[in-house]
Design a protein around this ligand. Structure first.
Ligand code: FES
Ligand code: FES
Length: 168
């Protein structure tokens, strides 16, 4: 059986589902609807998830490419006690959420950045998020949020790793 690890737990992928995109598989087979479908054409970034530590657009990733890999979605970010990940908390604290549609993709792109660089400059944050579109905020508060999250995690020595990967 083909298997994918999602938010730390193994799931099978039926042969009939190998034609699906990773986005379709997550939303329609696993009911993980936190990952949003904004354009289904690789243009908006709202479907961003983490596959083996890298941010990918799940609408343009065949589920077959995720077989044997570890996928983290927005549902896997919260901590062991259900508390929001520091990135999620910083988005709330910095006023970086308006309608919220872009937020899961933004958080996942920010997570991929902070996994590889705990102290990015504002330019590096903008660069890491350039594929994620937001029609509401004007981006300033989103850059503020990622910068705040990085600062809080550094100063409080909090793990960047998603909560689902720390529960095991
Ligand atoms: S839904 Fe995947 S990039 Fe827009
Ligand atoms: S908060 Fe509405 S699209 Fe970003």
């Amino acid at each position: 059986m083909n298997q994918i690890t999602i938010n730390g737990a193994p799931y099978g992928v039926a042969d009939d589902d190998l034609e699906l995109s990773l986005l379709e598989y997550l939303r329609e087979r696993r009911f993980l609807t936190g990952t949003k479908n904004g354009c289904e054409r690789g243009l908006c970034g709202s479907c961003t998830v983490i596959v083996d530590g890298k941010a990918l657009r799940s609408c343009r990733t065949p589920v077959e490419k995720a077989i044997g890999k570890s996928v983290v979605t927005i549902e896997g970010m919260e901590g062991p006690g259900g508390e929001p990940h520091p990135i999620q908390k910083a988005f709330m604290d910095a006023g970086a959420i308006q309608c919220g549609f872009c937020t899961p993709g933004m958080v996942m792109s920010a997570y991929a950045l902070l996994l590889r660089d705990p102290d990015p400059s504002r330019d590096e944050i903008r660069k890491a998020l350039k594929g994620n579109l937001c029609r509401c905020t004007g981006y300033q508060q989103i850059v503020d949020a990622v910068s705040l999250a990085a600062k809080v995690m550094r100063e409080q020595a909090l793990p960047v790793e998603a909560g689902c990967l720390r529960k095991r």
